[in-house]
Design a binder for this molecule. Structure first.
Ligand SMILES: *[C@@H]1O[C@H](CO)[C@@H](O)[C@H](O)[C@H]1NC(C)=O
Ligand SMILES: *[C@@H]1O[C@H](CO)[C@@H](O)[C@H](O)[C@H]1NC(C)=O
Ligand SMILES: *[C@@H]1O[C@H](CO)[C@@H](O)[C@H](O)[C@H]1NC(C)=O
Ligand SMILES: *[C@@H]1O[C@H](CO)[C@@H](O)[C@H](O)[C@H]1NC(C)=O
Ligand SMILES: *[C@@H]1O[C@H](CO)[C@@H](O)[C@H](O)[C@H]1NC(C)=O
Ligand SMILES: *[C@@H]1O[C@H](CO)[C@@H](O)[C@H](O)[C@H]1NC(C)=O
Ligand SMILES: *[C@@H]1O[C@H](CO)[C@@H](O)[C@H](O)[C@H]1NC(C)=O
Length: 773
């Protein structure tokens, strides 16, 4: 770590020298100054004090252009501003400054959702008993804004707005105060805080000038987390059922941070600061940094914001990213964030391909093909209709520019999908542009999890086996013909859930001593509210724009967990969010609907780096028996063990007397933080057993309970729990236990298993991941 920082420093000073010589260029930076709790100044004072700080440091003639973009002053302290690199480095050496970093551009976690569709439905998996309305829960959705006219945000049967709500409904170009109601209680946007646009192409003043959603993502996530029940919701007839959020009585506050030109980190941080001030209970963020550029916790706006939200009692739930299935791709992996992976549900969309010889084959996709079974169209393989000079492998993959357009027109084209670098969307555009009649995409070994939404274009996607049947047929006849029929829905798919191949995988790149992702939830082909305009281009022609749409991504999984948390909170208003997080984690399921371990798309049992503790079971989480709560002090110790300076941690926490435990930085001690799962990134084959500790709290309805431990561990890894029995009674709600891991006879690499506590009715599963080196 030290050497990496050093390297950074060397490069950094070089850049400073280089740029002082030439004309200094400015760009937006975030200047993070720790907790706001030590400061008593009001927000207006903070703006001027930040300006003062800037002009005292840089009393230049250029004062005007160094404008302050935004100030953070509720949950945390700091600002964002246009600075040169030199100015940023001067600022970062100030005592009151914790970190200074270029304003990163984050992305929505549905890069594939334009490709995909979703189907939340009325089966038990995604429906929670919404009659259970107990207390009000306010969910803050930090996303692309909201489409307030959606029936999912109707306030029928919803009581008056809780008096603790201090938020606003900001009027914008096409958004009135009356667009908010007792369901959608708040809406904010950030046109004035936005860094200057990089290009002239988009018109950010319109897109950012109101809380209205033009993309559809924020409307979808908000309705999944807390949408009202809407009977007979469907996407042009597909996925018909009652659409509803995890807690249909939840209040929703929308914070629009993303537009077509991106999601600036500085605005996400501002939105978290506002949401905490407004009085939300839970924040849902389906956005993240790229997994390739994982940054330190102190230069990740979501990690910083979530830390301060948690200090104020607000939980942040985030998507883990769509960069799977490779390991180390999980993002939003700070221990104080609830990190979500995505799974399929038991509903899929099937498209039938009928060959000229009458054979009928099954593919997947969502399409509203106008073709009928009666008429066949010429069928051609991309490789056989290559453009001059195009390579055979490019043509078989329908890479842009690789096909001979004159030979494509009027045909249904077969394209391989074994080059991961060109998306299905692009392949479809390539053949569509060349006036093809349709396309059949054949996947390689790795199956795509998410059905592609092709709109009215005849589109089918098949696995390798059916794909080779089609290729054989092409070879077997002189004039191959084919047709692609409109998609139908299939229910009761088995097995389900399956881990989505796109879902980002652990272990976490910043520490392997906390298990990430935490949990898994449905994120493939989820039906929820959308922006009707957008999907108008997609649905069957002549039909009214659909109010619901099907999307996939960890973006869609995240609000399922947000909704589940809101549901548990509404029933147990006195439980901390850390207790609720633990309840969802220790009651999660690792088996599927055929009674086997949840699998991944290569049909192997999925491990905790893919699914975390497993698929959420919100109703089970109402009665977990025991919970493992992680305190704010645990998180501060985490930062100590990671090697942050005590001074920095004091600024972060707003305490002047916090002290790191003796012993200082020690990665391996992170394993003993009171987290509801266990991860050991580094268990030596040579050393003796490693001990981790946990403290549990009995939240069961019986104050008298006796729990007995059991262990499920792979052969060779010795796992011992002490004590092996815990007895709770009135006045004795907490107990501690230790787990000893001895890897001397274990196989190298990650070993997975779990420790379970059982009292006759509650099963408390604590998953572990232990890397034997
Ligand atoms: C943006 O507009 C300005 C003035 O209209 C022009 O000078 C500049 O070249 C444009 N930039 C881009 C990237 O098009
Ligand atoms: C993607 O793969 C194709 C086929 O191998 C290759 O021609 C192309 O250069 C690749 N593109 C990128 C961006 O790697
Ligand atoms: C189809 O024929 C071509 C050329 O004869 C051959 O290279 C290819 O392997 C055949 N494909 C199948 C699936 O039989
Ligand atoms: C599925 O899991 C197995 C073992 O857990 C792993 O080897 C394989 O790479 C995984 N495949 C995917 C697509 O995640
Ligand atoms: C820090 O000081 C506060 C009051 O000033 C006190 O409540 C708290 O216990 C102290 N914490 C430590 C770790 O000494
Ligand atoms: C793992 O342990 C070895 C030796 O005990 C140590 O050198 C290495 O830094 C550790 N790695 C991590 C990631 O903790
Ligand atoms: C719990 O146990 C104590 C002592 O064993 C007993 O006195 C008490 O009645 C029990 N309470 C309940 C609710 O069973």
């Amino acid at each position: 770590m030290a050497s990496v920082l050093q390297l950074f420093y060397i490069q950094f000073s070089f850049i400073v020298i280089c740029c002082m010589a030439s004309k200094p260029s400015v760009r937006p930076y975030i200047v993070y100054m720790g907790s706001s709790s030590s400061s008593s100044s009001s927000s207006r004072d903070d703006d001027s004090s930040h300006l003062q700080l800037l002009s005292s440091l840089f009393p230049s003639e250029e004062g005007e252009r160094r404008f302050l973009l935004t100030s953070y002053n509720h949950a945390l302290k700091g600002f964002s501003a246009m600075l040169t690199e030199t100015e940023a480095s001067v600022l970062s050496s100030r005592d009151e400054v914790v970190s200074v970093f270029p304003d990163p551009d984050l992305r929505l976690h549905t890069t594939r959702s334009w490709d995909f569709l979703e189907a939340a439905d009325s089966d038990s998996r995604s429906s929670f008993p919404y009659e259970h309305k107990r207390v009000d829960v306010i969910i803050g959705i930090i996303d692309t804004g909201i489409w307030p006219e959606s029936p999912s945000f109707s306030d029928q049967k919803i009581g008056k707005i809780p008096s603790r709500w201090k938020g606003v409904c900001m009027e914008g170009s096409d958004f009135k105060k009356s667009n908010c109601n007792r369901k959608l209680i708040g809406a904010r946007f950030y046109s004035n805080h936005h860094p200057p646009s990089k290009s002239n192409e988009t018109n950010p003043s319109t897109a950012r000038g109101s809380a209205r959603d033009f993309i559809g993502h924020g409307t979808h996530t908000a309705s999944t987390a807390g949408g009202a029940p809407v009977a007979n919701a469907n996407y042009y007839g597909l996925a018909r059922g009652t659409a509803r959020g995890g807690l249909p009585s939840a209040r929703i506050a929308s914070y629009k941070v993303c537009a077509e030109d991106g999601c600036p980190g500085s605005i996400i941080l501002k939105a978290i600061d506002d949401a905490v001030k407004d009085g939300v209970d839970i924040i849902s963020i389906s956005i993240g940094l790229s997994s390739i550029f994982q940054s330190d916790f102190l230069s990740d706006p979501i990690a910083i914001g979530a830390f301060h939200a948690e200090q104020k009692g607000v939980m942040v739930v985030s998507s883990g990213g769509n960069d799977g299935p490779d390991p180390y791709t999980i993002v939003n992996s700070a221990p104080w964030i609830f990190t979500v992976a995505a799974s399929t549900i038991d509903r899929g969309f099937q498209t039938t391909v009928v060959l000229g010889n009458g054979e009928s084959l099954k593919g997947t996709a969502i399409n509203f093909s106008p073709l009928t079974v009666g008429k066949k169209y010429p069928l051609a393989f991309g490789e056989d209709i290559a453009a001059n000079f195009a390579s055979a492998s490019d043509a078989r993959n329908c890479i842009p520019g690789s096909l001979d357009y004159t030979k494509v027109a009027g045909k249904i084209v077969v394209c391989m999908n074994d080059e991961a670098n060109v998306s299905r969307r692009i392949k479809k555009l390539v053949v569509e542009d060349a006036k093809a009649k349709g396309v059949i995409i054949i996947d390689g070994d790795e199956e795509e999890t998410s059905p592609f939404d092709a709109g009215t274009f005849p589109y089918a996607e098949t696995g390798a086996t059916i794909g080779s049947q089609i290729l054989h047929y092409i070879n077997s006849t002189k004039n191959p013909g084919v047709t692609i029929l409109s998609a139908t829905e299939i229910r009761g798919l088995r097995p389900a859930p399956v881990v989505a191949s796109f879902s980002s995988r652990g272990p976490g790149g910043l520490t392997e001593n906390i298990l990430k992702p935490d949990i898994m939830a449905p994120g493939v082909a989820i039906l929820a509210a959308i922006v009707p305009k957008i999907e108008a281009n997609y649905g069957a022609p002549g039909k009214k724009a659909s109010a619901f749409g099907i999307k996939s991504g960890t973006s869609m999984a995240c609000p399922h967990v947000t909704g589940a948390m809101a549901f548990v909170k509404s029933v147990h208003p006195h439980w901390s969010f850390s207790a609720i997080k633990s309840a969802l984690i220790t009651t999660a399921s690792t088996s599927n609907n055929i009674g086997k371990t949840v699998s991944n798309t290569s049909d192997s049992p999925a491990n905790p780096h893919q699914v975390g503790a497993g698929e959420i079971r919100p109703i089970k989480a109402l009665d977990p028996g025991l919970v493992i709560e992680t305190s704010i002090t645990d998180h501060l110790y985490f930062l100590c063990y990671k090697g942050y300076k005590q001074r920095t941690i004091r600024s972060l926490s707003g305490t002047t007397n916090f002290s790191c435990p003796a012993g200082g930085a020690a990665e391996e001690l992170i394993s003993s933080l009171n987290y509801p799962t266990i991860s050991i990134g580094n268990l030596s084959l040579r050393d003796g057993p490693r001990k981790v500790k946990r403290v549990v709290t009995n939240v069961g309805s019986e104050s008298n309970a006796t729990y007995v431990a059991s262990v499920d561990a792979p052969a060779g890894l010795l796992v011992k729990v002490a004590p092996s029995k815990m007895v709770f009674r009135q006045g004795v709600e907490k107990a501690a236990f230790k787990v000893f891991f001895d890897g001397r006879r274990a196989s190298k690499g990650y070993n997975f298993g779990h420790v379970s506590w059982f009292d006759g009715s509650h099963l408390v599963r604590i998953v572990f991941a232990v890397n034997v080196v």
